[in-house]
Write a protein that binds this ligand. Structure first.
Ligand code: TXA
Ligand code: MG
Length: 318
């Protein structure tokens, strides 16, 4: 298994030697390597079993450093960066040649973000290269929100996990690109669309298509547990209640069903708490001795939109 600790110098040493280190962020844990080194980047793809057509996010700790990696920062991107970084926002910007094509899967934009986690910001500040880091899970599975989640699935394959505790937001960053200069949401995430629109006005939502995945995080089947996973409403659930199923609910138990097979994302109905619990609870239910997992949608506003997006993808429906 990997070493788990809080030693930034050790993490730095591994990264300088082209080894991979799992890093905490406010969204989910990332599987990090030197973004400027093709060998390190290749080993990220191999370790995750990730197809090479699915590009990576490059993490850095300042706008000054970011300018080394992108040729241009449009006005709206600059406004969003100033308002929300460090934070759960990823911007797609035209890349400079210094970023290997492997990182961007040959695209001419690179995904960049300044994450909001003190340990990782301190690590990034000591490095003279940025970190490419996808979520630290095997491709297609649920993203990790604790060091232990990372260790369970990738512990055999990586050297070090920088332990920053439980991720405060718990759902991946919101990805914004600029299609013909129009701000476009490629992936809903930890920064609510409402907050983005308060700064730059209306944005366009990109619909996902598995035949032409502009952002393969948009593939329909993704973020999925291993057990068969279905979306149902509460009435349907209470009618079919049985011991062979587990239930992921928003804020209230279903009386007819044994509580040990139910998880409430937020008993007080708080969407931020629900987002923080989503992936950990999906993992827990996936490990229960049941045959299926059923989930209900949460209210479709603010972070609820990103939660519902992940639920739909886990169930592989449009
Ligand atoms: O919160 C997050 O974003 C986390 C933490 C670790 O920062 N990272 C993360 O990375 O979720 P990953 O690799 O699991 O998801 C990145 C998504 C993928 O769906 C990828 O297709 C998309 O970003 N992406 C990356 N570069 C892109 C580009 N140039 N154009 C379109 N989509 C891009
Ligand atoms: Mg991912």
């Amino acid at each position: 298994m990997a070493i788990i600790g809080k030693d930034i110098d050790l993490a730095k040493e591994f990264l300088q030697n082209n080894q991979l280190v799992a890093i905490p962020t406010e969204t989910v844990y990332g599987l990090a390597g030197n973004a400027l080194d093709e060998k390190a980047v290749l080993s990220i793809f191999e370790t995750k079993n990730r197809p090479s057509f699915d590009p990576l996010i490059v993490h850095t700790d300042s706008l000054d450093k970011l300018r080394r990696y992108v040729t241009e920062i449009p006005e709206e991107a600059q406004q969003l960066a100033e308002k929300f970084w460090p934070g759960p926002l990823t911007l797609l910007l035209p890349k400079k040649d210094i970023i290997p094509d492997l990182v961007t899967s040959g695209l001419d934009t690179v995904a960049v973000r300044i994450p909001n986690h003190s340990l990782t910001l301190r690590l990034l500040a000591t490095l003279d290269f940025p970190l490419a880091a996808p979520s630290a899970n095997p491709f297609g599975y649920i993203s990790p929100t604790t060091a232990q989640h990372v260790n369970q699935q990738l512990g055999e394959k990586i050297s070090y996990i920088l332990d920053g505790g439980e991720c405060g937001i718990g759902i991946e960053s919101t990805i914004i690109g600029f299609v013909d200069q129009v701000p476009t949401v490629y992936r809903m995430g930890g920064l609510a669309i409402e907050d983005i629109e308060n700064v730059i006005g209306k944005v366009v939502l990109m619909s996902h298509s598995s035949s032409n995945p502009k952002a393969p995080g948009m593939l329909k089947s993704h973020y999925a547990p291993r057990k068969p996973f279905f979306l149902k409403d509460r009435n349907e659930m209470s009618e079919m209640s049985d011991d062979t199923s587990a239930y992921l609910l928003f804020d209230r138990f279903i009386e007819e069903i044994d509580k040990k097979n139910q998880r409430l994302l937020s008993p007080s109905g708080d969407l931020k708490e629900a987002a923080r619990n989503l992936f950990a609870f999906l993992r827990e239910l996936d490990a229960q001795p049941v045959d299926h997992i059923f989930a209900e949608f949460v209210p479709d506003r603010n972070l609820g939109k990103a939660i519902n997006d992940r639920l739909k993808r886990a169930a592989a429906i449009d």
